[in-house]
Design a protein around this ligand. Structure first.
Ligand code: HEM
Ligand SMILES: *[C@@H]1O[C@H](CO)[C@@H](O)[C@H](O)[C@H]1NC(C)=O
Ligand SMILES: *[C@@H]1O[C@H](CO)[C@@H](O)[C@H](O)[C@H]1NC(C)=O
Ligand SMILES: *[C@@H]1O[C@H](CO)[C@@H](O)[C@H](O)[C@H]1NC(C)=O
Ligand SMILES: *[C@@H]1O[C@H](CO)[C@@H](O)[C@H](O)[C@H]1NC(C)=O
Ligand SMILES: *[C@@H]1O[C@H](CO)[C@@H](O)[C@H](O)[C@H]1NC(C)=O
Length: 557
């Protein structure tokens, strides 16, 4: 009885948990996934914005015809997951693939080339494993023209070494394949489905598998791509239709070499039942693929706890910067991202930020800075509204966002408590600097204002604060830099937080704040986003200013 009750309660609680800002496990991934291009665009999906886009070879510095980036991303995601053992709770989508590119079971240039395309977005809050999963979402979304949008969760952790062997290969028999998929957590029917879903876009390359398909001498097909079906750049059920009609050109089903006809063996393993249903009904095919591919990207080692499904956030602050002024005020600036709604005339929309500092309320008008657009019409677009304000120092600073459309006003309160501003540890970006080079010495020097820190419900005015407490309620203040370390046999660096003590350099008289500085020299082999945290340590629990970007720092001279 008791367990039944408590699990029901858990269910209700988890369904009722609306998003509140900030959520460091979600915020950055949400921006990468949905702010696709233009203002603050992440560009993660630009290489697959059209399913037909040819892969740009970063070694040869030119596009190689016959290679399709979208197909490569889906294959890479599957190969990373393919060595999972769900019973043991090991493997799965963990980016171990980056160490496994020299294996026969991972034949071809797609693996390193995908790492190079994705590592520009790699950071302490976007692991390579999360990016590989995201790449599958974006590729399938693009190739299905938005019809299949996989639910996306974050929180995957990158492996730091190769995993076991075990990616299926076309010469292996049906029993072997059934066993590999069972280990991955898919039964026979699901195996048939997942292979039919995977082999919808792209195909077999003569440049990689000359024993399966011929090497052709065509200038428009340098990689000798032999597509799985007649719609190689559309995610649809043609692979199934053409298989059941016996008109397929799928070399893994009817190639000249019987040994490597693995798709034929798999598609007929249940007497051809599922592949026929997929052939008859494209909607059934797409729905089945959405489900199976979501399970594919959510197959993770047992120590990983995935976030909830990351949906577009309607009203979201970002790029907040706070300067502690010597006169006892704070200069707050930032941007508010609002989601566009087709029913609303955005030309007349106004957004106002209402800051709450103790008993004072200060309203700041905003100006529209730009918009983030999706690569495909059926994804969200956002407007960005810049604001700034000078406010008195107080604990429990927060703000509400008012959105006015045609005289209709709506107040966004972040679930009731307002959008919080962190005031106990505030990096002072104009007093900080960094210098980085892709391969070579890098440095960062951070100055942060460290101030009084009450629990946020104890709102007090600044005059009280200065009398009662100063920053000394932290035992120590730490700069923690997310340093990328190059790894053997992998193009993907391991990002490791590296702490250094910060020293008090100045008291900002009359403000309740002191300045702390810390610096670190390091060698970074990195093309992704560099970040740092500032952590205040004390027995009662730490306080952290998390995931501050190097991008907002000026260059050290
Ligand atoms: C028994 C299982 C499987 C075998 C033996 C197999 C084998 C192969 C082979 C030999 C290729 C040709 C690669 C190339 O020449 O570039 C290929 C391509 C591909 N596979 Fe699979 N595969 C299997 C399952 C899957 C699954 C489950 C997925 C994803 C859900 C998948 C996704 C792809 C994609 C997207 C391509 C096209 C790659 C491109 O055009 O660059 N495969 N597969
Ligand atoms: C057929 O494929 C098998 C497995 O890859 C290979 O050993 C064999 O040489 C191939 N036969 C021909 C005629 O290419
Ligand atoms: C399918 O086509 C292949 C080659 O065109 C042929 O050898 C085979 O007999 C056909 N199978 C059926 C069931 O029609
Ligand atoms: C502050 O906001 C005003 C009005 O939106 C704008 O004109 C000004 O450039 C902003 N100042 C800074 C420093 O961001
Ligand atoms: C870092 O910056 C602070 C404040 O500007 C300065 O006092 C300190 O010397 C700098 N440290 C290094 C190692 O450059
Ligand atoms: C991929 O890159 C890694 C790291 O540079 C390298 O060790 C590996 O050999 C490369 N794999 C291929 C297939 O080129």
């Amino acid at each position: 009885m008791f367990t039944g009750y408590s699990s029901l309660l858990l269910l209700l609680v988890s369904q009722g948990l609306a998003y509140t800002w900030p959520d460091t496990k979600v915020d950055h991934l949400e921006a990468l996934l949905y702010q696709q291009q233009q203002y603050h665009g992440s560009l993660v999906g630009s290489d697959v914005r059209f399913c037909f886009l040819t892969t740009f070879d970063l070694d040869k510095l030119r596009a190689i015809s016959g290679r399709l980036t979208a197909a490569e991303w889906i294959r890479v995601a599957y190969h990373d997951m393919a060595t999972a053992d769900v019973e043991a709770g090991t493997g799965g989508l963990d980016a171990s693939i980056s160490f496994e590119t020299d294996r026969g079971e991972n034949e071809g240039p797609a693996f390193n080339s995908t790492m190079k395309q994705l590592y520009l977005s790699h950071s302490a809050k976007s692991s390579m494993a999360d990016l590989i999963a995201m790449s599958a979402v974006l590729a399938v979304g693009s190739c299905s023209d938005g019809k299949v949008w996989l639910d996306y969760r974050g929180g995957r952790i990158d492996a730091t070494e190769a995993g076991p062997l075990g990616v299926p290969e076309p010469h292996q028999g049906l029993d072997k394949h059934t066993e590999i998929f069972r280990k991955q957590g898919f039964n026979q029917e699901e195996m048939i489905g997942l292979v039919a879903c995977g082999h919808s876009v792209g195909g077999v390359h003569g440049s990689i598998f000359p024993k399966i398909v011929p090497v052709v001498d065509e200038p428009g097909n340098e990689a000798s791509l032999h597509p799985f079906d007649s719609t190689a750049v559309t995610f649809d059920n043609h692979v199934a239709v053409e298989f059941t009609q016996n008109s397929t050109q799928n070399a893994l089903a009817f190639g000249h070499n019987k040994t490597t006809r693995s798709d034929h063996r798999i598609f007929t393993a249940d007497g051809g039942n599922l592949i026929s249903r997929m052939a008859q009904d494209n909607d059934f095919y797409l729905a089945t693929c959405k489900n199976l591919l979501e399970r594919m990207i959510d197959t993770v080692p047992k120590n990983v706890e995935l976030s909830g499904v990351i949906e577009p956030i309607a009203t979201k602050p970002d790029y907040i910067n706070i300067v502690v002024n010597e006169d006892g005020t704070l200069f707050v600036s930032g941007e508010i991202r609002t989601i566009q709604d087709k029913a609303i005339d955005r030309g007349s929309r106004q957004v106002v930020v209402h800051l709450k500092a103790a008993d004072k309320k200060i309203s700041a008008a905003t100006t529209r800075n730009g918009e983030s657009l999706p690569f495909h019409e059926n994804r969200p677009s956002f407007d960005w509204w810049g604001f700034n304000a000078t406010i008195p120092i107080a604990q429990g600073l927060s703000f509400d966002v008012e959105i006015i459309d045609d005289g209709d006003s709506k107040l966004e309160t972040n679930g009731g408590k307002g959008f919080p501003l962190q005031t106990d540890i505030i990096p002072q970006t104009s007093k900080s600097c960094s210098s980085t080079t892709v391969k070579g010495p890098s440095t960062i020097n951070v100055t942060a204002a460290v101030g009084v820190s009450y629990p946020s419900h104890q709102i007090r005015a600044v005059t009280d604060l200065i009398k009662i407490l100063d920053e000394a309620n932290f035992d120590s203040v730490i700069l923690s830099v997310d340093i990328p370390h190059a790894q053997q046999n992998s193009l993907v660096p391991r990002i490791e937080p590296t702490p250094v003590d910060m020293k008090k350099t100045r008291v900002l008289e009359g403000t309740g704040y002191s300045l702390y500085s810390g610096s670190l020299d390091f060698g970074a082999a990195f093309q992704g986003l560099l970040s740092y945290d500032v952590i205040g340590r004390r027995a009662l629990g730490h306080s952290i200013s998390e995931f501050n970007s190097f991008d907002s720092l000026r260059r050290c001279s």
